[in-house]
Each structure stands twice: as structure tokens, then as C-alpha cells.
Design a protein around this ligand. Structure first.
Ligand code: ATP
Ligand code: MG
Length: 277
């Protein structure tokens, strides 16, 4: 199913209250897709995993949670008239800002003009929380495409999710930053399950090696302070593939434009694994 039917949209308005970090168990599984370092492929992964999950029959919403530097609209070649900004300011109803995306999933775009939301004011907290809790009953999966790093907006967005998907590349800087993110999450909030997707690998098996390397550091420096040790699950590895850049330049979804490309196959495999979890 591509987008939620309008009767569900109407129901979204009737969902009471906000649950914040104590997220209710009903409705969509919420995954925050994040990274320590920027530019590693979060938005590419969010959009393409969403399309792959939609193809598997899931009702998926991607929310552009990178409020200050949103660009999911660019990747999807959408020119939204209504964005989260309009929802936050009361100029649009939430259901009107949930738009169909080319890959058969739905999106809530931040668009431009959201710079004022890049700081976590009480208003921003309430607005993000409210929107997430209201879309939750309408979908099977909600993916939050967050900004990079450990800003308070990113950490708060992650606190609203059921699980975290960290995207990292094999570059040492990306790994160090992925570790920093995990460490901050472990010391500041109830830890959600953490999955890892290693993007732009140069050889098969590199993702597993990177996961093991990261786990080693987590075992040594993070798990000592946790009651329950954190085990990072490898969701998948995606090869460096020139088809990705071509798809981004053409503003197409890779899994739609070139489903046979190695990176598209890897994304489809990660989506299938995600579905089974
Ligand atoms: N597997 C890949 N193979 C080749 N190029 C890739 C791959 N994944 C991502 N890229 C390139 O990296 C670019 C940046 O990706 P993307 O915008 O998704 O990163 P991001 O993590 O969302 O960035 P930001 O932190 O700015 O939000 C893409 O436009 C694409 O050109
Ligand atoms: Mg991005």
C-alpha cells in the first residue's frame, strides 16, 4: 500500500496526547536513522529503504527530521506546498502535509524555512513529539531522517524512536563519530536497540568487520556503565556504487531506477532484514 487512506488520516487527528520517550507500543515501529559524521548517506538510505519496505507491503512514512538542513525533498524531487513548518505553525493540518513519495511511501518534509527549529526549544520538543505520536497509528514504519551529530534536536528525536539505525562509512572519522553518538546515547538516555548500516563499503565483509570493531570499543568503554550490555546489530552493508550518485543527480530513487545495481540490492536486503526483525 502506498499511502495511508484518508479515513486513517482523519483518525490521526483523534489520537490523544503525547507519550514522549515513553512511546506507546501500538502503531508504527519508529526508527531514527542517524550518523555521527554528516554526508554518509542517511537520506539516501532513508528514502531507499522506505521504498524497499513499501514494495514489501509496509505502510511507511519518512519524516525529514533534519529540520535545519532538510533535503529529503531534493532527493525525492518533490516541491512540497505543505511542510512540517506549516504544521508547526498551525497553517496546515497534519494529514494535508503527509505527501505521497515516488517510491510508494509517504513523507513529511521539512522544506526550507525551518532554521528556527534547529534549536531544541520547548516548542520544538512539543511539536516534534506531537507530530510523531499522531502519525504513529497510521503506518507500520516511521523512519526519522535525522541530522548528523549529537545536537540536542538529534538526541531528542532519537529519544522518541523505538530503535536507532546508525549509518556509517568505513572511514575512521565516520567510525569515531558513530562511536561518539553511541556513547552519548548510552550516557544520556534509555538506550534503544542500535543497528548499524555500513555504507560505501569497498569489499564484501567490510561491514561485518566494521561492526565488530565498533562493538569492541563499545564493550570496552560503554558497556561497563550499562546494566544490560549493548550489542550492535549489523543491518547490512551497502557497497560504494556509482549508480547512487547518478540516481541522486537525476533525483530518482535508486531501488526504482536501477534495482539491479549492487547498492540497490544491498538496500533491498537490509529492508527485508528490517522487516524480519
Ligand atoms: N553507497 C554509495 N555509493 C556511492 N555514493 C554514495 C553512496 N551513499 C551515498 N553516496 C553519496 O553520498 C551523498 C550524500 O548522501 P546523503 O545526502 O544521503 O548523506 P546524509 O548522511 O543524509 O548527509 P547529511 O548529513 O548532510 O544529511 C549522496 O548524494 C551520494 O552521492
Ligand atoms: Mg541527510
Amino acid at each position: 500500500m502506498s499511502t495511508a487512506p484518508s479515513s486513517d488520516a482523519a483518525a490521526a487527528g483523534t489520537v490523544p496526547g503525547r507519550a514522549g520517550a515513553k512511546a506507546p507500543t501500538h502503531g508504527a515501529r519508529i526508527t531514527a536513522i542517524t550518523s555521527g559524521k554528516g554526508g554518509v548517506g542517511k537520506t539516501f538510505v532513508s528514502a531507499n529503504i522506505a521504498a524497499a519496505l513499501a514494495r514489501l507491503g509496509e505502510r511507511v512514512l519518512v519524516l525529514d527530521a533534519d529540520l535545519g538542513l532538510a533535503n529529503l525533498d531534493v532527493v525525492l524531487n518533490l516541491y512540497p506546498k505543505l511542510t512540517l513548518h506549516d504544521v508547526f505553525t498551525g497553517q496546515s493540518k497534519l494529514e494535508d502535509a503527509v505527501l505521497p513519495a515516488p517510491g510508494g511511501f509517504s513523507v513529511l518534509l521539512a522544506g526550507s524555512g525551518m532554521i528556527e527549529y534547529s534549536r531544541l526549544t520547548p516548542m520544538v520538543r512539543d511539536q516534534i513529539d506531537d507530530v510523531i505520536q499522531r502519525v504513529r497509528p497510521r503506518f507500520d514504519r516511521v523512519l526519522l531522517d535525522t541530522g548528523a551529530g549529537i545536537s540536542d534536536v538529534v538526541l531528542y528525536t532519537i529519544s522518541l524512536a523505538d530503535e536507532v539505525l546508525i549509518v556509517a562509512t568505513p572511514e575512521p572519522t565516520s567510525l569515531t563519530d558513530a562511536y561518539a553518538t553511541i556513547k552519548v546515547l548510552a550516557s544520556t538516555q534509555t538506550l534503544r536497540p542500535i543497528k548499524l548500516l555500513v555504507n560505501q563499503v569497498q569489499r564484501p565483509g567490510e561491514g561485518r568487520a566494521i561492526r565488530n570493531q565498533l562493538q569492541l570499543v563499545v564493550d570496552r568503554y560503554v558497556n561497563a556503565m550499562l546494566d544490560k550490555p549493548l550489542s550492535i546489530e549489523l543491518l547490512g552493508e551497502v557497497p560504494h556504487d556509482p549508480a547512487v550518485r547518478e540516481a541522486v543527480l537525476k533525483r530518482e530513487l535508486l531501488v526504482e531506477a536501477t534495482p539491479g545495481a549492487p547498492a540497490a540490492r544491498a538496500i533491498a536486503a537490509a529492508a527485508a532484514k528490517q522487516l524480519g526483525d
